[in-house]
Write a protein that binds this ligand. Structure first.
Ligand code: SF4
Ligand code: SF4
Length: 303
């Protein structure tokens, strides 16, 4: 059954798939997360401090959980914005990954229930309190780099993660034991100084978090750090040697439109709500709202 699940995942365009035994999160990992929250490392991401008990135990997400299936979907673009345009993070180039990943997970979960002739499943895409990167490591999909992303050996980190928690007892894969070693390129390149000493990201210094999640006036120091980024930041992934050979995604919904790729600063400043909704309501960019996007652009133009 495990190989059938992996074959189906691959057929759905999910480039990696691994299985972990569902059990309580390792106490050391629990403590690291708690320390990160207690030190304010989650910045304005208040949601990260909610449902801590559920985050530590997938059995609270799905009663009787026995296995966690983790999958990864490539989002590395085939086409890019011009470098002098206000920049969006690659993950936001196409349709909202929550929808795209949920669709693939639901198809995979239906297939699993069909071949297992039963079993409960719960699909998790980012919004559920499941520690996806932790489970991806346990499932052998990859390791967590010093840039805090999940790195898939041979493929890199420009991947969305999704998970299916299930009551089915499946044969688990070996956890991934790789590490970054002494590279540190992401820490040197981070424009906000959010990455230090292999510790969890300091979200209050992370341009990605600030441009997307933060409400209100952006701190002055971010103007220089943002450069021409107005939605997210890819710097710690772009410099990572594991992404040197990143291959473009083949997922149709993640391909950027010509309209998006040709977007100029003037067009964003002149945008009204209908125009924003037309371009971004199918995309993850809606999270920052029109006011947030224009705030970010005004901020970097004040130079
Ligand atoms: S996304 Fe950008 S600001 Fe945030 S940790 Fe990575 S390089 Fe630093
Ligand atoms: S840039 Fe180097 S230290 Fe950072 S995540 Fe990649 S391999 Fe690890």
């Amino acid at each position: 059954m495990e190989s059938l699940i992996k074959q189906r995942a691959a057929a759905l365009g999910l480039e990696a798939c691994g299985i972990a035994r569902a059990r309580a999160v390792d106490p050391a990992a629990v403590q690291r997360y708690r320390d990160w929250i207690d030190s304010g490392g989650n910045g304005c991401m208040d949601y990260a401090a909610r449902y801590l008990d559920v985050r530590d135990n997938p059995g609270l997400l799905l009663e009787g959980a026995r296995s966690v299936i983790v999958v990864a979907m490539n989002y590395y673009p085939a086409r890019f914005q011009p470098q002098d345009a206000p920049q969006f993070a690659y993950y936001a180039y196409g349709r909202d990954y929550h929808e795209v990943m949920r669709d693939r997970l639901q198809q995979l979960a239906a297939y699993i229930r069909e071949i297992a002739k039963g079993g409960d499943t719960r699909c998790c895409v980012d919004t559920a309190p499941l520690r996806e990167r932790y489970w991806a490591v346990q499932a052998g999909v990859g390791f967590v780099g010093r840039n805090n992303t999940l790195i898939i050996p041979g493929k890199g980190s420009f991947f969305f993660l999704g998970a299916i928690v299930t009551t089915l007892e499946l044969q688990p894969d070996e956890p991934c034991r790789l590490t970054c070693g002494d590279c540190g390129a992401c820490e040197k390149a981070c424009p906000g100084g959010a990455l230090t000493g292999g510790k969890p990201v300091d979200a209050s210094r992370c341009i990605s978090c600030l441009t997307i999640e933060y409400r209100g006036e952006l701190p002055e120091w971010t103007r220089e750090a943002m450069g021409n980024r107005i939605y997210g930041c890819d710097e710690c992934q772009r410099v990572c040697p594991h992404n040197r050979n990143a291959q473009p995604t083949t997922v149709p919904e993640l391909q950027p439109s010509d309209e998006f790729l040709s977007l100029t600063a003037q067009e964003i400043l002149a945008m009204d709500q209908p125009a924003f909704s037309h371009l971004f309501s199918p995309s993850a960019v809606k999270r920052t709202k029109l006011t947030g996007l224009q705030r970010n652009l005004h901020h970097i133009l004040k130079k």
